[in-house]
Ligand binder design. Structure first.
Ligand SMILES: [Fe+2]
Ligand SMILES: [Fe+2]
Length: 188
C-alpha cells in the first residue's frame, strides 16, 4: 500500500502531498528503459514485410552501428519506429516525443521527420508526393535525415542481413534513459 495524497483536486495539494507525487514520478521514470524494451519486444510478430517490425528496428540500429554512428544515434535508429506500438498513424511524432528529453536536437528532428522522408521511397504507391520532404530542403538537418532513411531505414527489410539481437542494444537503451532528462518539451 503506497501513501496517498490528501487532496482530491490539484489546487488543494500541499508540499507533503507533492513530495509523494514527485517521489513516485522519479521511480516511474527510472523504469522507463524497461518499458521501452518491452514495447520493442511487442513489435515482434506478424508483418507483411519479410522480417518483423522488431527485426527492422534491430537491423536499422545494426547498420547505424556498422557505419560507426555514436551510441545515441544507434539508440535512435533502434527506437525510430517505436511509435507504431501506440499510434501507427503518426508513429514518427510519438517516437520523437518519447526521445525528446534524452537526445540532441538533430536526432530528435530526424526521428520526428523520418516518416515523411522515408515516403520518398513509397508515397507514389499511396497517391502522395514522394518529394513532399523537399519543403525542408533548406533545413540544417535535411541531409542527415535523407541519409538516415537512405543508408539505415529504407534498406532494413532484409532477412539476410546479419542483424544484432535486442540484448546487444539493451545497454544503449538503459544508458539513454538513465540520462538526466532535459526540460525541453517536458510539459508541452
Ligand atoms: Fe518509420
Ligand atoms: Fe523504419
Amino acid at each position: 500500500m503506497i501513501d496517498k495524497v490528501r487532496f482530491t483536486a490539484m489546487e488543494n495539494g500541499t508540499q507533503a502531498d507533492y513530495d509523494l507525487v514527485f517521489a513516485h514520478d522519479a521511480r516511474n521514470v527510472a523504469k522507463q528503459a524497461d518499458r521501452v524494451l518491452g514495447w520493442l519486444r511487442q513489435m515482434e510478430g506478424e508483418s507483411p514485410y519479410q522480417i518483423s517490425r522488431l527485426e527492422h528496428c534491430l537491423q536499422t540500429a545494426t547498420r547505424a552501428e556498422n557505419d560507426g554512428a555514436d551510441d545515441e544515434t544507434i539508440a535512435c535508429a533502434l527506437l525510430h519506429d517505436i511509435g507504431d506500438i501506440l499510434a501507427p498513424t503518426n508513429h514518427s511524432a510519438i517516437a520523437a516525443a518519447l526521445l525528446a528529453p534524452y537526445v540532441s536536437e538533430q536526432n530528435h528532428w530526424i526521428v520526428l521527420h523520418h516518416g515523411l522522408f522515408q515516403g520518398y521511397y513509397w508515397f507514389e504507391y499511396d497517391g502522395q508526393d514522394p518529394n513532399a520532404r523537399d519543403r525542408f530542403k533548406d533545413h540544417e538537418f535535411y541531409d542527415a535525415c535523407v541519409d538516415f532513411c537512405a543508408r539505415w531505414d529504407q534498406v532494413s527489410f532484409d532477412p539476410d542481413y546479419e542483424t544484432q539481437p535486442l540484448e546487444h542494444f539493451e545497454p544503449l537503451v538503459r544508458d539513454l534513459f538513465a540520462r538526466q532528462p532535459n526540460s525541453r518539451n517536458r510539459y508541452e
